[in-house]
Design a protein around this ligand. Structure first.
Ligand SMILES: [Mn+2]
Length: 339
């Protein structure tokens, strides 16, 4: 659904700002950093000063998008993040539906008096916080929506060659990651966007290698262990899930980002249409959910996991002792599919 598109207002607000602060969601993913890095390179080429503010760093395999950028993480340097928000003439939030999704910097963003823009593809954008909202749920990613927005700017006017190469690389990375390499959330426009970015010179093979083929041996062994030892299959509900404990992480020298993509694996089982990965954290259990077809994990997460997202991809948190997760989840699944 297109709730609101206003490229003219985007043009006006970015045109009159000298320093622009770009913000993405907590636990940033490839689309968050792809869309932010893409926007950063576009604004830089237009002579704007900009900074990127995130709650916490990304997995190392996205280092090729962050190297050399003025990017601040609240976990490492809260004062730099606060300064970047306070000195901004304009704040652009991307790949997040509300300021609260930014993590510990949220209150600063809400209190900032400068204009704010939202560019996002999630359901129910919190429009009340923003001066203009560019929202479309029928695109693959925030990165695709950033591309559509930039193509309409008067210095680009549908000529993708006018965008910096680094911008094209970053936006294609966001599309590749949010669609899991074009396997989900792909719309006809997504291929058009990818075509334009390739024509601009983005190197798909390079991006694929960096993002999907740069993990450690230990990560591969952890994946094998989870699939063979921890995965539980509930054929009567077309559901498969696994758990990742702190102990498992320790045994396999877990690094941030190592479990990225694991939740998708059981979807390769013919009968499975809902998968979940539960990861033990401090004081809560992180939940990742994926589904095929009409099974709505956004709804599942709202009902049982204190979260949400998209129909076929959602996240959340459960506040239960880790060992109680299997019985809780299996009860929820029985209830969810009984309706
Ligand atoms: Mn996204």
């Amino acid at each position: 659904m297109r709730t609101f598109i206003n490229e003219e207002k985007f043009s006006e607000l970015t045109g009159s700002a000298a320093f622009i602060t770009l913000v993405g969601h907590l636990n940033p993913d490839g689309d968050a950093i792809g869309s932010l890095s893409g926007m950063y390179h576009y604004l830089s080429a237009r002579g704007k000063q900009a900074a990127i503010v995130l709650n916490n760093p990304l997995p190392d395999n996205f280092g090729f998008l962050t190297a050399g950028l003025p990017i601040f993480y609240y976990d490492d340097a809260p004062e730099k993040c606060i300064e970047a928000v306070r000195r901004a003439d304009l704040i652009i939030c991307q790949d997040m539906s509300a300021p609260s999704r930014a993590g510990d910097i949220s209150a600063e963003i809400e209190n900032a008096s400068c204009p704010k823009i939202l560019i996002d593809h999630h359901l129910n954008p919190a429009v009340e916080w923003f001066d203009t909202v560019i929202s479309d749920t029928e695109v693959s990613s925030a990165s695709e929506l950033v591309l559509l927005t930039l193509l309409k700017q008067e210095d680009v006017v549908q000529d993708v060659q006018k965008l910096p190469l680094e911008c094209a690389t970053a936006l294609l990375t966001g599309i590749l990651t949010d669609t899991n390499n074009f396997s989900n959330s792909v719309f006809p426009t997504t291929y058009d966007a990818a075509k334009l970015l390739l024509q601009r010179g983005a190197d798909r093979d390079f991006i694929y290698r960096e993002v999907f083929c740069s993990f450690s041996e230990q990560r591969m062994r952890l994946m094998g262990y989870l699939l063979s030892e921890n995965m539980r299959y509930m054929p009567e509900y077309g559901t498969a899930y696994f758990t990742l404990s702190k102990n498992d992480k320790k045994n396999f020298s877990f690094l941030r980002g190592d479990s990225e993509g694991f939740v998708n694996l059981p979807l390769a089982i013919k009968n499975v249409s809902l998968t979940a990965l539960f990861t033990e954290d401090d004081g809560f259990v992180k939940v990742s959910l994926r589904s095929k077809g009409d099974v709505d994990v956004n709804e599942f997460s709202h009902r049982y996991c204190n979260g949400g997202g998209h129909k076929n991809a959602a996240g959340g948190r459960v506040y239960l002792p880790f060992e109680e997760i299997p019985s809780y989840f299996e009860k929820c699944i029985g209830e969810f599919f009984a309706r």
